[in-house]
Design a protein around this ligand. Structure first.
Ligand code: ADP
Ligand code: ARG
Length: 348
């Protein structure tokens, strides 16, 4: 889809994005010639959702200012996605003691693995869609320096994508540790510029603690392991994030929490997921969806977002990240997973 950026974009009849739902012609006319101080234009903010008509959301922020300057579009999208209104304030609870999530599947019959990640971006820098090559490289060295201070189980090695052999890169992707290249949604948002320079992955020896550098967000701090010990995964993430925060300051807004390039990740910027095998329940989609909707969960495929499920295995995670605390994100995922396992057992 090509558009001239000064005329109201065409949407295909089957486009269901939040961009399409909330972008009126009047709003477009008011915003179309506006750009933030770092030079990120409204056209750039909506480009991904126009080029990719199958977007579910369709907008990206280039910097903190995008959230205020383009708020007449971003606020309704944020409210629609997170159920978070303009008068709401984000709350945080990132304390391990508040979570009660004993392993719902100690024999690993259903849960293959658990992963919890948070997105973070560096203070006083543009977000990925508006960042310059020099700024991105600077951020990479700042993060690598901070990660080199980690001790014990969290200590590890940084692997820049630039130096990585393709076979190793593909293996890391197949094993669910590394992000893919060439995502078309990120591409149209300007997030793949200068690829692969400035990007990389840090991980500890056991690959239970990982940090993605300069993908969709400048940091994706990840804790993961085999099985369903959700508390252990959460504990590791809390400790690691607090350690990194000792040496790096993150972009944070009183109302919107941690600022991220995609509005779906605002607030906690947390996605807590399990890979879970539900061969019976997945044949009964309405029963499956009834449980996931009740617990505000999202169903993804086995290779993450925009991938398909294989052999009855799904990626189940919290959908909302803003207006809920970190503990609530994980607790909601946990409660939903308990309900899913119960239903699967009934169907066996
Ligand atoms: P995110 O936005 O959280 O980074 P993606 O959907 O892009 O998520 O997934 C990134 C990678 O993480 C993919 O390879 C995906 O399969 C993997 N992943 C997500 N959840 C789990 C999990 N619970 N166990 C193992 N791998 C996971
Ligand atoms: N921009 C994509 C879309 O609208 C992804 C949205 C949410 N996912 C994400 N990785 N930020 O479908």
């Amino acid at each position: 889809m090509v558009w001239d950026r000064l005329s109201f974009p065409e949407f295909s009849p089957n486009c269901n994005s939040l961009l399409r739902r909330h972008l009126s012609e009047d709003l477009f006319i008011n915003l179309m010639e506006i750009a933030t101080e770092s030079g990120f234009s409204f056209a750039q903010a909506i480009n991904s959702g126009i080029v990719n008509q199958d977007s579910s959301v369709g907008v990206y922020a280039g910097d903190a200012e995008s959230y205020s300057l383009f708020s007449s579009l971003f606020n309704p999208i944020i409210e629609d996605y997170h159920n978070f209104s303009e008068s709401d304030i984000h709350r945080s609870n990132f304390n391990t003691e508040s979570l009660s999530a004993p392993n719902p599947d100690p024999n690993s019959q259903y849960i293959l693995s658990t992963r919890i990640r948070v997105g973070r971006n560096i203070v006083d820098m543009p977000l990925g869609p508006a960042i310059s090559r020099e700024q991105r490289n600077l951020i990479e060295s700042q993060i690598v320096k901070s990660l080199s201070c980690l001790n014990g189980d969290l200590s590890g090695t940084y692997y820049p994508l630039l130096d990585m052999k393709e076979t190793i890169r593909n293996q890391l992707i197949d094993d669910h540790f590394l992000f893919k290249a060439g995502d078309r949604f990120l591409d149209a948002a300007g997030l793949n510029r200068d690829w692969p320079e400035g990007r990389g992955i840090f991980h500890n020896f056991a690959r239970t603690f990982l940090v993605w550098v300069n993908e969709e967000d400048q940091l994706r701090i990840i804790s993961m392991q085999q099985g369903g010990d959700i508390e252990a995964v959460f504990d590791r993430l809390v400790v690691a994030t607090r350690e990194i925060e000792k040496t790096v300051s993150f972009l944070f807004d009183q109302r919107l929490g941690y600022l991220t390039s995609c509005p779906t990740n605002l607030g906690t910027a947390m996605r807590a997921s399990v890979h879970i095998c539900l061969p019976k329940l997945s044949l009964n989609l309405s029963a499956f969806k009834k449980i996931t909707d009740l617990h505000h969960l999202q169903i993804r495929g086995i290779h993450g977002e925009h991938s398909e499920s294989e052999s009855g295995i799904f990626d189940i995670s919290n959908r909302r990240r803003l207006g809920v605390t970190e503990v609530e994100c994980v607790q909601g995922m946990y409660d939903g997973v308990v309900a899913l396992i119960k239903k699967e057992k009934e169907l066996e």
